[in-house]
Ligand binder design. Sequence first.
Ligand code: CUK
Ligand code: CUA
Length: 681
Amino acid sequence: MKRKTLVLGILTMVIVAGCSLVSRPSQEPTPGAAGEAVGTGASGLSQEAADIAQARGLGPDDITAALKTYLPTGIHDEYLIFSSGGHSGQLLIIGVPSMRLLKVVGVFTPEPWQGWGYGVGNDVLEQGDVNGHEIRWADTHHPALSEAEGDYDGQYVFINDKANARVAVIDLRDFETKQILKNPVALNDHGGTMVTPNTEYVIEGGQYAAPLGWEYAPIEDYNEEYRGMVTFWKFNRQTGRLEADNSFAIELPPYWQDICDAGKLASEGWVFCNSFNAERATGGVEEGNPPFEAGASQGDTDYMHIINLKKAEETFVAGKTIDVNGFAVIDLQTAVDEGILYLTPEPKSPHGVDITPDGKFLVVSGKLDPHVTVYSFDKIVNTIETGQWDTDDYGVPVLALDDVKEVQVELGLGPLHTQFDDQGYAYTSLFLDSAVARWTLGGDFSDLHPEEPWQLVSKISVHYNIGHLLAAEGDTVSPDGKYLVAMNKWAIDRFANVGPLLPQNFQLIDIDNTGESMQLLYDMPIGIGEPHYAQMIKYDKLSPWEVYPEIGWDPQTQSMSQNAVQPGEEKVVRNGNQVEIFMTAVRSHFTPEHVEIEEGDHVVWHITNIERAYDATHGFSIPGYNINVSIEAGEAVTIEFDADQPGVFSYYCSEFCSALHLEMTGYLMVKPSASSAMLSQ
Ligand code: CUK
Ligand code: CUA
């Protein structure tokens, strides 16, 4: 009985504390207020809840966590996470704090439910082909939400494919992929995507050095022929497209550029990329050479790349570029001559570079160093102005670490990535420690927190081997704090055993209680791996459409389709052996329901969903022809195929749309051609 009372008391407190989710908590609940809340009607429920908690062995922290993440039906999440879908090549959208998976957007990989690659989107997917090879997977790493003045604006999201150096554009009016671009300079990338503060450019940094333009050169010629790169894709917000003709790359030394970040506020107009093979190791363990892992870790330092994007843009506009696969590239010598490129050492297998919200400091982790190194942007600029530097083997200025370093902060083992909150704290993932470290920023941030600047404040354990982490609006000039998600590489014992390939684990952490400890709230297994990075945006910044703006909308052009079919205009038109079908879809029939064609016809099939109701989606599938599309309310799609197999094909709506959904069907009759009719006799 006594224990029951205790649990009841805890519940009461957390129920009241739970209110802080609804309105941001400046008001801490007082014990008196808590007592009152219980007294005014919640006690019956609390008694039942207390019984459940006791039966399930839930402690106070469990109950708090449950209350902070539970959303009653119909209540929307406060934030959305846009996460890499890893090898799936897709984009995952997850609600916070509920950690519910809301959508998997087809990007680089066909996605049948959306029809992506099964009737629509094929043109976009083909844009990502490499040398005529269909590439229908991707190793997506870093999604980047579009920004205006350094803040997420909720309009677009970009994502890269590390495996094939490709970049995709997703429009957040309808959450559909609009463009995929293959990098003309490199075959793989890593330091992308990141955006400049007004999304003027989408950054795609390289990874494993290779001859530019996908050329061949023997590995013995590594120093002379192999190169790194960073590409700046010009984004046109009006058209929602990256413009290859207005984009350019910079040739970099073969140091294996890793992750980039764009400067903001104080450092706007600059871009920073870390790297991890300044040793220029070329591997060959089978020939008695040190393996890459040792060769690339021999030196004490690698190089951070400091890029003056304004100067690079001027150089590109002035035409001081070379041509690589039809793409403008500022060569290394020009980058040095024009004062575009500088280097500075970064200690011990660096990973990641993250710029503080004011743009004044850069945080670089060293995977083999318990410290993060903080660089001062002011010092970088001042050092560049003095002209005092050494150069590397390629003549690139190397700024001395002591000239540009602000401080090093000891955090723990295996630091990787850093995010920021609104209280002057930074959060760094510790891969080897399986922990997140909270530490204090200096500079102007010192006023925001009570502790000394540049010091570790606390740590929270995560499960296990964290890679990236993300905080609410954590890459912007005004982070929100509140929530942080640890993106853990290993799950081990956290979930039911589903075989040797385990889900990875997103762990939601409450970072709202500044000064108090961080609290682990929720484990979300990610069964679609491996997600590397994600960004979290306030949900109210998004304004997606409920239905397409007009009946007959083409999502690829975001305008009225020339092939829109209005009710009453349905028809089948033959022109030689090309048959064009103009069809409408509405609950619960297609018009027409009979389509008769001949074997060998080329079929162009236009379908418009003439619904205006929210969520009134129809599917359209044809057996045997690998066709399935999703047609959302107002959407017009066009499907093309060759009717190369005769027979009776019942097409049907593949999206349960009404009580008479099963009746939403029709017959495609493909009459055998004279020759195949003879054969079958
Ligand atoms: S990388 Cu994966 S944990 Cu591709 Cu951003 Cu650091
Ligand atoms: Cu339309 Cu089912």
